[in-house]
Design a protein around this ligand. Structure first.
Ligand code: NAD
Ligand code: MG
Length: 387
């Protein structure tokens, strides 16, 4: 892969999207932003369009956005604007797109990610919710079309890198590291008092609001267990979680001989994004290097399933598969929004997700329509869940 690769950056204005554009900016001869999408950050998207001059840009239909001002005699507009995100699945299928960076937040990322997989593109996948909701269908469609899913989630990028050290049949298990979020060490009772402001203050990563809250409840790790289950095609019994507060060891893989291979770097999402875009090549980055001239202490602790029951739900949903991921994810998305709106307590986020998961009509081999219906059902249940 040495020609310039054209990238559709879905969710360009978010935390992953802006980091991706930073990576693209550093490798102008190799990477080009060919399409950009955003939901509501009109001004930010306009600035990005001006800077990266993509072939197209799309924003949600209800955003008032004057995009006429870009064309001038000295600088003719090369960007086609769409004021509707429903066109994005068709746009990513176009031949002018080589790689789709899927970085929309939530199940809203599914339609365009599916289209990219269906069209056989390389998909750099940050939007873990797509795999949580429809991992089985997405992976089997990718096998049919030749689409390649490259993980952007730092843990999954680490696992992907470590898996290159051995054979799949020699794998004992994959261990996902978790920072433990801002409330590591707190008891279940203490977690009742957590406010949105407290939950939005992550100790090691700067991320979008939804994933930051998910990290605090550890639902993020639950979603990552399900993501790993589909991405690597391994049962939940071969997935473990360990708390590593420093966020430097991004995950590890154990082989049958007892060897443990890990991937490490100072926490910076640009590294995982770049690897997904340039794999199998590695390019130099401006990311901070490990400094071996200072002392490091790296801790590893077992997770507290009592204080963070979301973790157990992740293992259960990964184990049962079928409709579980879609229901768990949708209920969690609404519960997080309600928590941020001060309608639910922090500990109720997981409670809502668990109750709705338990009450749903399980189907082991659902169609995409069934998954989307259940997603809608779980959202309604979570909206009307009373405290
Ligand atoms: P964010 O909230 O910072 O950005 C989300 C992006 O999606 C924005 O560009 C927004 O305009 C767009 N968007 C929001 N709602 C949308 C909708 N309904 N339809 C279309 N577009 C919409 O989120 P983020 O932190 O960048 O996370 C994006 C994804 O990457 C999530 O799935 C998250 O779990 C995953 N991820 C993020 C990180 C991180 O460091 N931020 C790490 C690992 C995985
Ligand atoms: Mg992660």
């Amino acid at each position: 892969m040495s020609s310039v690769q054209s990238i559709a950056v879905l969710g360009a204005t978010g935390s992953i999207g802006t980091n991706c554009l930073d990576v693209i900016r550093q490798h102008p001869g190799r990477l080009r932003a060919a399409g950009l999408t955003a939901f509501s950050s009109v001004e930010k998207l306009k600035q990005q369009v001006e800077q990266f001059q993509p072939n197209w840009a799309a924003i949600a239909v209800n955003q008032v956005c004057d995009t006429s001002g870009f064309s001038s005699p000295s600088k003719p507009a090369r960007t086609q604007w769409f004021h509707d995100l429903e066109v994005v699945p068709e746009l990513v299928r176009r031949p002018d797109i080589d790689i789709v960076l899927s970085a929309v937040v939530g199940a809203a990322g599914l339609p365009a990610t599916w289209a990219a997989v269906d069209a056989g593109k390389r998909v750099a996948i940050a939007n873990k919710e797509t795999l949580v909701v429809a991992g089985s269908l997405v992976m089997s469609r990718a096998a049919e079309t030749g689409a390649r899913l490259l993980p952007v989630d730092s843990e999954h990028s680490a696992v992907f890198q470590c898996l290159q050290a051995g054979r799949k049949q020699d794998l004992r298990r994959v261990v996902l590291t978790a920072s433990g979020g801002p409330f590591r060490g707190r008891t279940k009772a203490q977690l009742r008092e957590v406010t949105p402001e407290m939950a939005l203050n992550h100790p090691t990563w700067k991320m979008g609001r939804k994933i930051t809250v998910d990290s605090a409840t550890m639902m993020n790790k639950a979603l990552e267990i399900i993501e790993a289950r589909w991405l690597f095609g391994i049962p939940s019994s071969q997935i473990g979680v360990v708390i590593h507060p420093q966020s430097v060891v991004h995950s590890f893989v154990e082989y049958c001989d007892g060897s443990v291979i890990s991937q490490m770097s100072p926490p910076d999402m640009r590294l995982a994004i770049q690897y997904a875009l340039t794999w199998p090549e590695r390019l130099a980055t401006t990311c901070q290097e490990m400094n071996w001239n200072v002392s490091h202490v790296h801790e590893f602790h077992p997770p507290d399933f009592e204080a963070f029951p979301a973790l157990r739900l992740g293992f259960e949903a990964a184990d049962m598969g079928g409709t579980c991921g879609a229901v768990l994810n949708a209920a969690n998305e609404v519960a997080v929004a309600r928590f941020l709106n001060c309608e639910l307590r922090f500990d109720q986020i997981t409670q809502v997700a668990e109750e709705i998961l338990r009450n749903h009509q399980y189907d082991a081999n659902p169609s995409m329509d069934r998954l989307l219906n259940l997603d809608g059902w779980a959202r309604k249940e979570a909206v009307r869940w009373n405290t």
